[in-house]
Design a binder for this molecule. Structure first.
Ligand code: ZN
Length: 276
């Protein structure tokens, strides 16, 4: 069994705000320590399963050089670094099953630690009419390759979102969001035992064939609402993009991979501070 992990940072236990999340910020190295500790717990649980033949870890946060290569255990392969064609989804195509670790709720969720959808300028994403965040978008990319997502970990709001989207998967709540920049935290021993039993349960569900890859019907409609009308103007440079309203553009894709490319292109075109 080849297990693939997409590891983000906002949903790691102990992480509550921005200063812990970005290189150069005061608390980043502390945040990184929490990240590695949680990853080690998940990897140890995976390695104790006899039929796991390979573990691939994709660093999925910010510039994607957060995970410490020299602390990666034997037998685990780490995809480190950015500008990867499939971004948070790099490596999913090679897997039998996927896990999302340290994930966060979609943009606009109340009392969710660092809620967003890929980038700050994205107000909302609808995929075939359904509002999705990173969990939905990334599960759809995995689903394109027939890979089900077995476990998702993060705060309580992320678990609610993931539970609605992927009801067969295991959700592991490692903290409770109080506001965007605060959370109620549990001890490391409590979060570790939640994660370890989550991994065990997730793989058991996979073996029993209870998990379904998240499939998007094609052609698919990607409707992306930006923060400003100027951003939507810029998004229109992407071929095939259509204008819905002041802030919203839409794209019809024939495959999820094509749609993801269009979505990523919109992000690239709209980055930078709002112009006014
Ligand atoms: Zn992140």
């Amino acid at each position: 069994m080849i297990v693939w992990l997409s590891v983000d940072m906002e949903g790691i236990s102990g992480i509550v705000e921005r200063s812990q999340l970005l290189p150069g910020e005061l608390q980043y190295e502390t945040g990184r320590k929490f990240l590695m500790s949680e990853l080690h717990t998940v990897l140890a649980a995976l390695k104790s399963e006899p039929d796991v033949s390979e573990i691939i870890v994709n660093d999925s946060h910010d510039g994607m050089v957060n995970l410490m290569w020299d602390q990666i255990p034997d037998g685990v392969r780490l995809i480190s670094g950015g500008t990867k064609a499939w971004s948070m989804n790099q490596g999913t195509a090679d897997a039998d099953v996927g896990l999302f670790v340290g994930y966060h709720a979609k943009a606009g969720t109340a009392a969710a630690v660092m809620d967003h959808t890929y980038a700050g300028q994205i107000f909302r994403v609808r995929l075939n009419g359904r509002e999705v965040g990173e969990t939905g978008i990334n599960a759809a990319v995995a689903g394109h390759f027939g890979v089900p997502i077995a476990m998702i970990s993060g705060d309580d709001k992320l678990c609610l979102e993931a539970g609605e989207l992927l009801p067969e998967a295991v959700t592991v709540m490692v903290k409770e969001g109080v506001s965007r920049n605060s959370a109620k935290l549990y001890s490391t021993s409590e979060t570790s035992s939640r994660l370890a039993s989550g991994v065990k349960d997730a793989l058991a569900r996979f073996r029993r064939s209870e998990l379904k890859p998240f499939k998007v019907s094609n052609p698919a409609q990607w409707e992306i609402t930006l923060m400003t009308a100027d951003m939507a103007d810029r998004a229109m440079y992407c071929p095939g993009m259509e204008r819905v309203d002041g802030r919203t553009v839409s794209y019809q894709s024939s495959t999820v991979l094509e749609g993801f490319r269009a979505f990523y292109t919109v992000m690239a075109l709209t980055s930078g501070r709002p112009l006014y």
